[in-house]
Design a binder for this molecule. Structure first.
Ligand code: SF4
Ligand code: SF4
Ligand code: SF4
Length: 286
């Protein structure tokens, strides 16, 4: 089932990456830019933000898996990196870079509050995507619409952003999403408390590590079988590769049944029930 969901997600993501590119070439870009959080906010509309915050509260960061074209560009780069790598490139769990991500977020908000638009537009994922399409596709095609005139500075900025995004996603998947992007930082807050999220059933998990190896967000920690929902971009990759259907997209958390799989550091979940002591006694009698 999760493979089918993952395939549908990829098709939708590719469509929401290619359609805005076509719209930019055809001059209809406002149709798509109005659906993007920071772009809509910068133009004074809060409806888009409210909608996506509510959607994230229910389903996690589906905005990052379905609608953001820059996220799909990163997935394409990461997919190529995995294909051309001499051996299968594996991701590992990484600690959240909260200080860095919040620094970028605060800087972007501060700039908006004082009326500056340079940094927010440099950090807005949709504006970055539109800038790259404009400079690398629209201008070479000769579609010199408003904002599509060749200039060395615009081309340099687009090339610089493309290089940063490509370098980060080539090696680290969605690291950019969880360290630089202010939209990702904003959505991480409701995502951390989302109703639906990936969850590992430790009674089924065989510790093969496949889920952690494919997690482009680096948010699966197998040492205590937890998934950091604030960084998860709901791509369904982990669920598609799990050989035992141990990681699922669900409400709530599985009760951890096996003592050796409890979170390290003595943090037992509140509903943890220790195994009955007589089982040890029976073993000893045998
Ligand atoms: S975190 Fe930012 S760049 Fe990444 S997918 Fe989400 S909105 Fe796009
Ligand atoms: S892929 Fe499934 S079985 Fe393997 S470590 Fe992850 S959750 Fe456990
Ligand atoms: S936890 Fe699973 S769904 Fe979330 S980003 Fe990682 S691989 Fe994708």
């Amino acid at each position: 089932m999760y493979r089918t969901i993952r395939t549908i997600r990829i098709v939708i993501a590719l469509a929401t990456m290619l359609l805005p590119a076509w719209a930019l070439v055809a001059g209809h870009e406002t149709v798509f830019s109005n659906m993007q959080i920071l772009t809509a906010l910068l133009s004074g509309s809060f409806i888009c933000l409210v909608f996506w915050v509510l959607a994230t509260l229910f389903y996690g960061r589906i905005y990052c898996s379905l609608l953001c074209p820059l996220g799909t560009v990163m997935d394409c780069m990461a997919a190529v990196a995995r294909l051309v790598g001499r051996r299968r490139r594996a991701y590992t769990y990484s600690q959240p870079a909260n200080a860095v991500r919040w620094l970028f977020f605060v800087l972007a908000v501060a700039c908006v509050l004082v009326g500056g638009s340079v940094l927010p537009t440099l950090l807005d994922p949709y504006t970055d995507y539109a800038r790259m399409v404009t400079q690398f596709v629209v201008v070479p095609l000769g579609e010199y619409g408003p904002g599509a005139v060749f200039s060395l500075s615009s081309m340099s900025i687009a090339a610089g952003i493309a290089l940063v995004v490509a370098a980060m996603s080539w090696r680290h998947g969605r690291r950019y999403c969880n360290t630089v992007c202010p939209v990702g930082t904003l959505l991480a807050v409701p995502a951390a408390r989302s109703v639906f999220h990936p969850d590992i059933n430790t009674d089924k998990c065989i510790n093969c590590g496949e889920c952690e190896r494919v997690c482009k967000a680096g948010c699966i920690r197998l040492s205590d079988h937890t998934v950091d929902a604030s960084r998860c971009v709901v791509c369904f990759d982990c669920m598609s590769v799990c050989p035992n259907q141990a990681i699922t997209y669900r409400q709530g958390r599985h009760r951890l049944g096996m003592p050796m799989m409890q979170p390290s550091g003595g943090n037992q979940p509140q509903n943890f029930v220790a195994p009955p002591e007589e089982s040890t006694t029976i073993k000893q009698e045998k």
